[in-house]
Design a protein around this ligand. Structure first.
Ligand SMILES: [Zn+2]
Ligand SMILES: [Zn+2]
Length: 400
C-alpha cells in the first residue's frame, strides 16, 4: 500500500467522520455539515463557495508547483447527505437524531475528500486547479448533482474531468470500477387503469379495472426479454398493486407500479415504449383506459473509458495491481453522479469498505451493507480514499 505520507495519522479525520456520523442531515438540509466543510476549507486557505444548489459547497485550490503546465482543472466530488432511517447501532458515535442516519457512508466520502483537500492545500505539490465539490442531496432521487449543474457548477468552476468514490462491500484496500456503465438508471412507473365501478356480485353492470391490472402485471413480467437484447442486463420490477378498498366493491380505478433499472438509455427507451404499448393494449382489451406515469429519476452512471483507465492506474499506484478490479460488472443501484458524467468526462468507482468487521461493539444486528440500519463507514479506508484523490489530482493535472 502506497499511502500519502501525510495520512500516516488520520485520527483527526476519524474524529471528524464520527462527528458527521453523529449529526446526519437529509438532502438539502445539510446546514451543519456544509458549514463544517466550508470552515475547514477556509482554515486551510482554500477558496470557498457556499450555497451552490442550496447546501452545496465548492472549494477551489490553484497551485503552480513548477512540475507541470498548471492550466488543467479537475473536479473531485463527495456527497453530504444522510438517509431517513433509524440507526440500530449503539456505539458512541451513533446518530444523535431519531429517524436520520448516515447509512450510505457519505460521512466517510466527505471526510476522505476533506483529508485530500487538507494535504493538497498544505503540501501544494501539484500544478493546476482542484475543485472540491461537496454536493447535497444525493439520496432519495433529489438529484443534488443535477441541481448543482443547473446552478452553474461547471461554468463557475471549470473542470476538465470529474471523479467520485463510493464505499462498497468489497475488501478493504480494494477498488472496483469499469470502463462503461457501473450503475444503472433508476426509473419509477405506475399505470392507472380506469373502468367503471360496481358491486362485486354484479360485475356485468360495470367494467372491471382490477382484472385488467392483474393481466398487465403478468404481461410486464416478461416484457424485458422481449424488447432488450439478451446480452444486456435490465430489470423491470412490479412492486405495487392497488385495487378496491372493500372486498365487495369493483373500483373505478386500479393501479400497478414499480421500478425499471437499465445500464443503457436505449434499453430504457425500449422498456418504456413496451410498457406504454402493453398498458394501452391490455386496457383496451378489457374495455378500460390506461394512464401511464413514467419518471426517469436518474440516468445510468457511465464511466468514460480514458478517464476510467487513468483512475485505475492511480488506484494501482495506491493499493497495488491485485487490489483493483477494473472490470466490475456493475450494480443495479443508482447514483446521481450520473448527471455529472453526462456533461463531463470522468470516472465513478467503488472503494472497499470491508465486510463489517470494523464495526465497534454494540453495532446493530444487521449486515454492514449500505442503506442498512446497522451500517457504519470503515475509518480504516480514509487514508486509502484520500491518497487516491491526492494522487489522482497530481497525476491528472500533470498531463500535457
Ligand atoms: Zn445511498
Ligand atoms: Zn451513497
Amino acid at each position: 500500500m502506497n499511502i500519502v505520507d501525510s495520512f500516516a495519522d488520520v485520527s483527526r479525520f476519524v474524529a471528524l467522520r464520527r462527528d458527521i456520523h453523529q449529526h446526519p442531515e437529509l438532502g438539502f438540509e445539510e446546514h451543519r455539515t456544509s458549514k463544517i466543510v466550508a470552515d475547514l476549507l477556509r482554515e486551510w486557505g482554500i477558496e470557498v463557495h457556499t450555497g451552490v444548489a442550496g447546501t452545496g459547497v465548492v472549494g477551489v485550490l490553484h497551485c503552480r508547483s513548477g512540475n507541470g503546465g498548471g492550466a488543467r482543472s479537475i473536479g473531485l466530488r463527495a456527497d453530504l447527505d444522510a438517509l431517513p432511517l433509524q440507526e440500530e447501532n449503539r456505539f458512541p458515535h451513533r446518530s444523535q437524531h431519531d429517524g436520520r442516519m448516515h447509512a450510505c457512508g457519505h460521512d466517510g466520502h466527505t471526510t476522505m475528500l476533506l483529508a485530500a483537500a487538507w494535504h493538497l492545500a498544505r503540501a501544494r505539490d501539484f500544478s493546476g486547479t482542484v475543485n472540491f465539490i461537496f454536493q447535497p442531496a444525493e439520496e432519495m432521487g433529489k438529484a443534488g448533482a443535477l441541481k448543482m449543474i443547473e446552478d452553474g457548477l461547471f461554468e463557475r468552476f471549470p473542470c476538465d474531468a470529474v471523479f467520485a468514490l463510493h464505499n462498497f462491500a468489497v475488501p478493504i484496500g480494494g477498488f472496483a470500477l469499469n470502463h462503461g456503465a457501473l450503475m444503472a438508471s433508476s426509473n419509477t412507473w405506475r399505470v392507472t387503469i380506469t373502468g367503471s365501478g360496481t358491486h362485486a356480485s354484479m360485475p356485468h353492470t360495470g367494467i372491471d379495472p382490477v382484472g385488467a391490472t392483474i393481466d398487465l402485471a403478468q404481461q410486464l413480467q416478461s416484457l424485458v426479454p422481449r424488447v432488450v437484447n439478451s446480452t444486456e442486463r435490465a430489470l423491470l420490477a412490479v412492486t405495487q398493486l392497488q385495487g378496491s378498498d372493500a372486498p365487495n366493491v369493483i373500483p373505478d380505478k386500479a393501479s400497478v407500479g414499480g421500478t425499471v433499472r437499465t445500464f443503457s438509455v436505449d434499453a430504457l427507451d425500449r422498456i418504456e415504449a413496451g410498457l406504454r404499448r402493453l398498458a394501452a393494449g391490455i386496457a383496451q382489451a378489457h374495455g378500460c383506459e390506461a394512464e401511464v406515469f413514467f419518471r426517469r429519476a436518474s440516468p445510468p452512471v457511465v464511466n468514460h473509458e480514458a478517464e476510467a483507465r487513468f483512475a485505475a492506474n492511480v488506484m494501482r499506484e495506491v493499493v497495488g495491481d491485485a487490489q483493483v478490479d477494473e472490470n466490475h460488472p456493475g450494480v443495479l443501484g443508482a447514483e446521481d453522479f450520473a448527471h455529472m458524467l453526462r456533461v463531463k468526462p470522468g470516472c465513478y468507482a467503488f472503494i472497499g469498505n470491508g465486510e463489517g468487521g470494523h464495526r465497534l461493539p454494540d453495532h446493530g444486528p444487521g449486515p454492514c451493507i449500505i442503506h442498512n440500519t446497522s451500517f457504519d463507514f470503515n475509518d480504516e479506508i480514509i487514508p486509502v480514499g484520500a491518497s487516491y484523490f491526492v494522487r489522482l489530482a497530481q497525476r491528472w493535472l500533470a498531463q500535457a
